[in-house]
Design a protein around this ligand. Structure first.
Ligand SMILES: *[C@@H]1O[C@H](CO)[C@@H](O)[C@H](O)[C@H]1NC(C)=O
Ligand SMILES: *[C@@H]1O[C@H](CO)[C@@H](O)[C@H](O)[C@H]1NC(C)=O
Ligand SMILES: *[C@@H]1O[C@H](CO)[C@@H](O)[C@H](O)[C@H]1NC(C)=O
Ligand SMILES: *[C@@H]1O[C@H](CO)[C@@H](O)[C@H](O)[C@H]1NC(C)=O
Ligand SMILES: *[C@@H]1O[C@H](CO)[C@@H](O)[C@H](O)[C@H]1NC(C)=O
Length: 571
């Protein structure tokens, strides 16, 4: 990396009216991948007229300062615990260097793109331009192709390498879509129809079994999980939330997964009759739609359990038109027609989508993960489901053999477990799945160690102790013992009774666990707000230092995958 002072020369030239000499400047490869990830093959060259929405991430030189704030305000033993930053304060710490803005604008101008062609995020850290493939190829000195997915037939326009003038390298973190092939599937692993209609509320005559805290739980909860079951299991039977104290719950939706309102009302009628007739706020991001003729299983589970558990807490469903993962920047953009104020975010947000970490370019994963830190700094608890493939790949669940797909995609085909992103990001709370009462790990529950993100200090003690308990040599080489370990928590994830297309269905997956856990975080936030305390914000430093004492330790079960038995406590 060149020191920033050397750049004052072209910068001075630029403001004096002379163009930074991009045209003559040597292009250098900015990012390249070995080839498309498993499942994709290269088809024809892309049409030069195909329009691309290129997103350019500009470096955030003050990120270390943002992160320092995050650690302090999320650490319950720190004097600043709960002193969350405002939108303005956070954005000031996400902003690029002014020179970067100038150099990048000059580069865009050298390709005929003026300020009116540019959309900027409110922190100015992302620049979006709409350009034809022909121009993008010139700017990035690359060739775009159509890539097709072998199973789904889906086509995308991508490249495996792109270049930038050398002078730009330190002013641009990444440009996508280029090398990004991740598909970010929904983590719902099974669905079946059931005819069982569950009682909405527990009655004293119902047979009970003993729950995790010695409390009595309806025996039916061992086979069918309802809102009532979750409130019994996790000790919130008598807790009532407020509609008006400012607490809010956010659920994100992607991939044309729409939450169906009629299904939601039918679910309320069965499982939480007092919520009937209530509604949530719908926020469309990047053209996200709300097609009521096209119910999504994932969106239905998420909204029914998330909003159903927390009613009357106001809920927001974010329908995102583009690709996941949940891009925190989208919640803070000002260039939107929404009347909704982005100055106040929901205190708890659940997302049930993800993909193999290795299919997400490292630069992109880092940038999205840093965005999660920014949300944490603002006091938002961000939950992601941990994936449905155990230590392997969610694609393989439930029936196919796990083994043959567990390889690195860097061309070396090194056998390895497949961590899932964004669960592997150290700034999110990753939620795994359990089954039955007493709870044991659900055998699909995603978990393991990141290859991108080092182990954060908040989990040092817990993870070192766990690693020390493994028999020497266990899974040697298959997982990264220095990486961030996940999931952080788990909740029930099997036999969820929900409504889909007017019928009772049963769903399973960490997709069920994330909104369920998030709903309880939201209830805790509700209580804290009523007590004039700050919201919990980024949870992990609290969870690993003190919060775990309020949780049940799940010690049974394992998460098989990659032709192994997966991890268990004390192998
Ligand atoms: C609930 O909100 C959605 C999204 O704003 C809207 O489409 C729907 O009509 C509303 N339903 C009711 C029952 O008010
Ligand atoms: C809504 O979904 C239905 C069913 O999939 C589809 O036929 C219809 O075209 C969609 N409408 C819009 C506006 O996308
Ligand atoms: C719950 O179901 C599981 C699996 O069928 C069973 O092993 C367990 O004993 C049941 N729990 C109780 C408390 O009956
Ligand atoms: C997980 O458990 C289910 C239900 O008991 C079983 O059908 C399935 O084969 C198990 N999957 C693996 C990978 O062990
Ligand atoms: C293991 O994780 C660290 C970061 O925690 C990373 O630097 C390293 O490259 C990873 N190793 C492999 C083989 O992925």
């Amino acid at each position: 990396m060149r020191p920033i002072t050397l750049l004052t020369l072209p910068f001075a030239a630029a403001v004096a009216g002379a163009l930074v000499p991009f045209k003559g400047c040597q292009h250098k490869v900015k990012e390249s991948i070995h080839g498309p990830p498993r499942g994709w093959y290269k088809d024809v060259p892309a049409s030069k007229h195909h329009m691309l929405e290129l997103k350019i991430a500009l470096p955030q030189p003050k990120f270390p300062e943002l992160e320092q704030h995050l650690w302090e305000i999320s650490d319950p033993s720190h004097a600043r615990y709960g002193a969350h930053l405002s939108k303005q304060e956070t954005e000031a710490l996400m902003a690029p260097h002014p020179e970067t803005l100038d150099v990048v604008s000059e580069w865009l101008a050298s390709h005929g793109l003026v300020e009116e062609d540019v959309i900027r995020s409110s922190a100015n850290d992302w620049v979006t331009i709409r350009v034809p493939v022909g121009l993008a190829e010139e700017m990035l000195d690359t060739t775009y192709h159509v890539y097709k997915h072998t199973q789904t037939g889906e086509s995308i326009v991508r490249t495996t390498s792109y270049s930038l003038p050398e002078i730009l390298h330190e002013h641009v973190d990444l440009i996508q879509p280029t090398t990004m092939f991740a598909r970010f599937k929904a983590f719902k692993s099974t669905l079946r129809w059931t005819n069982q209609v569950q009682p909405a509320v527990s009655s004293p005559s119902v047979r009970t079994i003993t729950g995790p805290a010695g409390n009595q739980v309806d025996a039916s909860c061992n086979n069918t999980v309802t809102i009532s079951c979750l409130r019994q299991l996790y000790n919130a039977v008598d807790y009532s939330t407020s509609a008006t104290n400012g607490n809010k719950l956010g659920i994100t939706g992607y991939l044309e997964e729409y939450a169906n309102n009629m299904d939601l009302q039918q679910f309320y009628q069965l499982q939480n009759p007092s919520a009937q007739g209530s509604n949530y706020t719908f926020v469309s991001i990047k053209g996200g739609k709300n097609n009521q003729s096209d119910a999504g299983m994932e969106a239905n589970i998420d909204t029914q359990f998330g909003f159903g558990l927390t009613w009357p807490t106001p809920g927001t469903f974010y329908s995102t038109g583009g690709e996941p993962p949940f891009d925190p920047d989208l919640l803070t953009t000002s260039d939107t027609n929404e009347p909704y104020s982005y100055d106040t975010l929901p205190q708890s947000i659940s997302t049930s989508y993800g993909d193999d970490e290795q299919s997400v370019p490292h630069s992109y994963a880092t940038r999205v993960c840093d965005g999660m830190a920014a949300l944490g700094a603002r006091g938002v608890s961000v939950m992601f489901s941990s994936g449905d493939g155990g230590v392997g790949d969610g694609d393989a669940y439930p029936a196919q053999a796990f083994g043959h797909q567990c390889y690195s995609n860097d061309g070396r085909k090194t056998p390895m477990f497949l961590p899932v992103f964004p669960a592997s990001c150290p700034y999110v709370t990753a939620v795994g799945g359990t089954v039955n009462i007493p709870e044991t790990a659900a055998n699909f529950s995603g978990g393991g160690f990141s290859n991108y993100f080092p182990r954060p200090s908040y989990q040092d003690a817990a993870v070192s102790a766990y690693l020390a308990s493994l028999a020497p040599g266990t899974y040697k080489g298959l997982y990264n013992s220095t990486g961030r370990a996940y999931p952080d928590v788990s909740s029930q994830a099997v036999n969820f009774a929900f409504i889909y297309q007017g019928q009772t269905a049963s769903g399973a997956g960490t997709s069920c666990a994330a909104p369920a856990f998030t709903a309880f975080v939201s209830m805790l936030n509700d209580a804290r707000i009523n007590a004039k305390k700050s919201a919990l914000g980024f949870l992990n430093p609290f969870l690993y230092s003190a919060g775990y004492a309020a949780l049940n330790d799940i010690t049974e079960g394992r998460n098989p995958g990659c032709q192994t038995e997966g991890f268990n406590l004390y192998d």
